[in-house]
Unconditional design. Sequence first.
Length: 372
Amino acid sequence: MTSSSFFPPQRTLMGPGPSDVPARVLAALSRPTIGHLDPLFVSLMDDIKSLLQYAFQSDNALTLPVSAPGSAGMEACFVNLLSPGDTVIVCSNGVFGGRMIENVKRCGANAVVVEDEWGKPVSVDKVAAAFERHPEANLLAFVHAETSTGVYSDVAALCALAKQHNALSIVDTVTSLGGMELRVDAWGADALYSGTQKCLSCVPGISPVTFSPAAVERIKQRKHPVQSWFLDMQLVMGYWGGESKRAYHHTAPVNALYALHESLLMLKEEGLEAAWARHQLNHQALVAGLEAMGLEMAVDAAHRLPQLNSVRIPEGVDDAAVRSALLNEFDLEIGAGLGALAGKTWRIGLMGHSSSARHVLICLAALESVLH
Ligand code: PLP
């Protein structure tokens, strides 16, 4: 077999991520590669940092893109803030909460798990009760936007509870950043990680993170070295920190960062609140269309993510056959149910550039054609 260049088809991406990447971002990716310590690249890094601070609505000095996907951002938060023997209250209401528990255990810390049903938000009352039972807990971890179910939880209330109990908070904002209200400083959140492939509509493989001054203080006071050399923020700060001269830590994904810069610029040009409102409007249009076709949403309206719509698969409909017909006949990708929801739901993403009237109409028309 002779190998040849790879030319993927032009899909319409309406799954749980990646979302469609705008031509403007792809064009940025193909600009000439320069060195990761080139003074011009260093000034781009400063700009990326301030655009990320805008996206997160935070003045946190330690705000940067980790050179690896969202899972690495998750790991960066846990390994830097936890030490062996710590007690962590960790909330599980879907797949990604489950991964947080795994991270806590692998740090040698004790996970006090607060379980909520898949498809429901994290219960603030249950978390309050867990803090009462475990006054030694020094961290609370939860997912803002659970991509596996399409549900959001109350970041402001949960972070306030953590503060009240002198604990820091880790919040997964992989699916929320850019797609729904998130105000890191106003809500008092301490360590947050995200991904580039969802509502930022950038290429996958980078994880924006931000750490509050209290989180940085805990990192500086650590007695146990962070078990991961690559994700040790004290070392990464030498390259991204901005306090001293930037020193080599690893070779940054230079072109992918051009793409991230462009996508953050597009978010700034649109305006964060306008982007949140666009996601909400397209979500409402999609839900209205799906319900008019007789389909049912899987999540209560009060906790639905605008950017990730969980839809019940009707009785007798072949899940995989529908998804492959959408892909093969319409070049349209939607997501399958994950974990406990496999075979029960479809997950329709309206994330970033994929949150548009055009996407809503394509999806409704294609589903109508395949289902009826
Ligand atoms: N957390 C959430 C809520 C996610 O949706 C995802 C990815 O879908 C991740 C973490 C992991 O991100 P990545 O796949 O970029 O490693």
